[in-house]
Design a protein around this ligand. Structure first.
Ligand code: GLN
Length: 557
């Protein structure tokens, strides 16, 4: 019988429910079981594609072209497996299906009600995800915090699955224990209330994951156990760690995975967390820095800079840096600063490489192109991801080909040189304002040209990568750009769509129309990021040697 583990959050959001789900999955998988994970987002949005990344974080695109939550990215990274659209649902998506079915008379004339029909659709989706993954364990993350109006129907679904088969369903409450400054004492009361709240939804947690700044002590463990009706053994201490990749190791040391199995009356088929352990050790062993600049615009919300908007890019940099024994130092440069101060680009000389990630709209693009020009002219490694590839092409057209007013149709339709233009199939969608879920989405094949950096990096002639865009390279300029020295190293198999561009005679200058970051995994870093970091390390150290020998020259004079 397949098992279902529901993970719900207490007290507040952002305490690491996603990391807990991914880490529990990682451990159960290491015991030899098949695991999948489902994310439930309480938003009415049908998918994450229509949400601003500053509000919701990165949009993670699956192989089958769904625009999902960044937690799906964590599941893929921790399980080292693809997760598909069926594993993601939102309130909007669930209601949409129920209403469609009602319109198709699929409820046979019955009165369609919020309860039970909405939770039933939630359950159908969870079971479908289990079935498609043939999972022994399906871990379900219920977004939001218990007590919120928004996720009541999802808790109802969890309760109903449990009622149907109590032996095969388990609940984990991820809660937060604050340590107020004035008392300096860890407080359990908010968690006690959170448990009462889930109790009122008919759910009793089997485990409490006690998230806090520091480990749980004996008295508090006992308190939680008594007041929350959970055995002491099943109160798991989960203090902050310096890397989320260490959470599975910590859980394993706490015996969390084995306790879960025991509750289900199961045993590990094998124990094999060795690869993961080795990977986490490489994090601590990487001490020499590699300094990467990222220029984007989804950082600023008041005082905060939200690196969540570019989560997969950051993780991809880390995977490749650690794999090469380097400590990733990633710094954010705001695109608009490059526009106000023309000298700002010189800051890039302090970095070993530059990444311009995906983006939309006109704000900051002139700044991004100033940054691209600087690294192109100064031999600093560059990796452009989607918008970063499109803008690198426009910059090349402007400053190498000499088409001064070259642009992308997304920003300035009236430009006489639309180097990046609307994909034909997108024209109608844009006119009809059909924006949701309508970009070129998901995995597409790409063939690589021999003798190029991309081909060398992948070591393959054909690859598959994930896309999310409306605009593309304009083939009317293909010949002129090639003549001026641009290299087209990857195209769709029919040769029509340009998927990767490069520049000759540069240590590393590569732009991809797709998002390679979405496929980078801790145990399988992405080949293009590997090649980029390798070039950054090389260029960085030769520059340092150069500085050093200059200094030595000066001191001997
Ligand atoms: N805005 C660009 C497009 O729609 C790039 C998208 C992206 O970077 N994901 O084509």
């Amino acid at each position: 019988m397949p098992k279902f583990i529901f993970v719900v959050g207490g007290v507040m959001s952002g305490v690491g429910k996603g990391a807990a789900v991914a880490s529990i999955g990682c451990i159960l998988q290491s015991y030899g079981y098949r695991v999948t994970a489902v994310k439930i987002d309480p938003y009415v949005n049908v998918d994450a594609g229509t949400m601003n990344p500053i509000e919701h974080g990165e949009v993670f695109v699956t192989d089958d072209g769904d625009e999902t939550d960044q937690d799906i990215g964590n599941y893929e990274r921790f399980l080292n497996e693809n997760i598909y659209s069926v594993n993601y649902m939102t309130t909007g998506r669930v209601y949409q299906t129920v209403i469609e079915r009602e319109r198709n008379l699929e409820y046979g004339g019955r009165c369609v009600e919020v309860v039970p029909h909405v939770p039933e659709e939630v359950i159908r989706r969870i079971k479908e995800a289990q079935r498609q993954a043939k999972a022994d364990f399906t871990i379900v993350e219920v977004g939001g915090t218990v007590g919120e109006y928004q996720n009541v129907l999802f808790l109802e679904a969890a309760r109903m699955i449990h009622l149907e088969s109590p032996k095969d369903v388990m609940f984990v409450l991820v809660s937060y224990l604050p340590i107020p400054k004035n008392t300096g004492e860890m407080k359990t009361k908010p968690t006690q209330y959170a448990v009462r709240t889930v109790n009122s939804a008919g759910i009793q947690p089997d485990f409490i994951l006690a998230r806090a700044e520091c480990p749980l002590d004996g008295p508090r463990r006992r308190k939680l156990s008594v007041f929350c009706n959970v055995s002491e053994d099943n109160v798991i201490s989960a203090p902050d760690v310096d890397s989320i990749y260490k959470v599975p190791i910590h859980f394993e040391d706490e015996g969390f995975g084995r306790k879960i199995l025991k509750k289900f009356g199961m045993h590990p088929k094998r124990r094999n967390l060795a690869n993961w352990r080795r990977f986490t050790e490489s994090i601590d062993q990487s001490s020499k820095p590699v300094r990467i600049a990222m220029v984007g615009k989804y950082f600023a919300t008041g005082e905060f800079t939200l690196s969540d908007s570019y989560l997969s890019v950051i993780e991809a940099i880390k995977h490749s840096a650690w794999a090469q024994g380097r400590k990733p130092v990633i710094e954010w440069l705001n695109a608009e600063e490059f526009e106000t101060d023309p000298k700002y680009a010189q800051k890039l000389a302090d970095y070993d490489g530059l990444i311009i990630p995906g983006g939309f709209g006109g704000r900051g693009i002139e700044g991004k192109m100033r940054a691209i020009r600087y690294v192109r002219e100064n031999g600093i490694p560059y990796l452009g991801l989607c918008y970063g590839m499109q803008l690198a092409t426009v910059e090349f057209a402007r400053n190498v080909l000499g088409l001064k007013d070259a642009n992308t149709e997304e920003v300035y339709k009236k430009s006489p040189h639309l180097i990046i233009h609307t994909m034909p199939e997108q024209e109608r969608l844009i006119k009809e304002k059909r924006y949701g879920g309508s970009m070129r989405l998901g995995a597409y094949p790409c063939v690589l040209a021999s003798g190029t950096k991309s081909r060398r990096a992948y070591g393959l002639a054909e690859i598959s990568e994930r896309h999310r865009h409306r605009y593309e390279f304009n083939n009317a300029y293909r010949q002129d750009l090639l003549k001026a020295g641009l290299v087209i190293s990857g195209t769709s198999p029919d040769g029509r769509l340009v998927e990767i561009i490069e520049i000759k005679d540069h240590p590393f200058f590569v732009g991809t129309q797709f998002h390679p970051e979405l496929k980078s995994r801790p145990l399988a870093p992405h080949p293009l990021f590997m090649a980029f970091i390798k070039a950054a390390v090389k260029v960085g150290s030769s520059r340092k040697n150069h500085h050093r020998s200059n200094k030595e020259n000066r001191s001997t004079k």
